[in-house]
Design a protein around this ligand. Structure first.
Ligand code: MN
Length: 159
């Protein structure tokens, strides 16, 4: 169900991107995947993804994450991606959704710092720790007010 939008946007006979398993399995134990993909699409951006409830919650960060805690980076929420996407690198052909080169930029695990992740996501403020190669330490994603009224296209800040 959660991957409907992801699949609707793509033609899997034309893109090398994974379709994702038909059944979404939530992890009961173990670490949660974190990944950032550099995406040279019509506009270069960084896709920031956190595994949650069997999918990758996803945000497109035009300028990429900043290591400066004083810098807030716009992060537009995008459709949930399949877990299999966390290993994806390749070229999405011209004419396809997101056409361009996708490269793994960072990968590791993440830990929520909020006790109730679902409530935090709903509320629009989630704190977490990243254990990546490039990114580590405490981060927060905060949903902004004002623009991005569509809940699937809401604007957040990555700090
Ligand atoms: Mn992208």
């Amino acid at each position: 169900m959660k991957l409907n939008e992801y699949r609707k946007k793509r033609h899997f006979d034309a893109t090398p991107e994974p379709r994702g398993a038909s059944d979404i399995r939530e992890k009961e134990k173990g670490s949660l995947i974190y990944v950032v993909q550099k995406h040279l699409a019509s506009h270069l951006h960084y896709d920031f993804r956190l595994e949650w409830r069997g999918v990758l919650l996803s945000w497109a960060v035009p300028k990429g994450p900043s290591l400066d805690p004083a810098v807030k980076r716009l992060a537009m929420q995008t459709e949930d991606h399949p877990i299999e996407y966390s290993g994806f690198e390749g070229v999405i052909p011209a004419g396809q959704y997101g056409a361009g080169v996708v490269m793994l930029w960072d990968r590791g695990t993440w830990q929520p710092e909020s006790a109730d992740v679902d409530a935090s996501l709903q509320k629009g403020e989630i704190k977490f720790v990243l254990h990546g190669t490039k990114l580590q330490g405490s981060w927060v994603l905060v949903r902004t007010r004002g623009f991005g009224k569509n809940p699937l296209r809401s604007a957040w800040l990555l700090i």
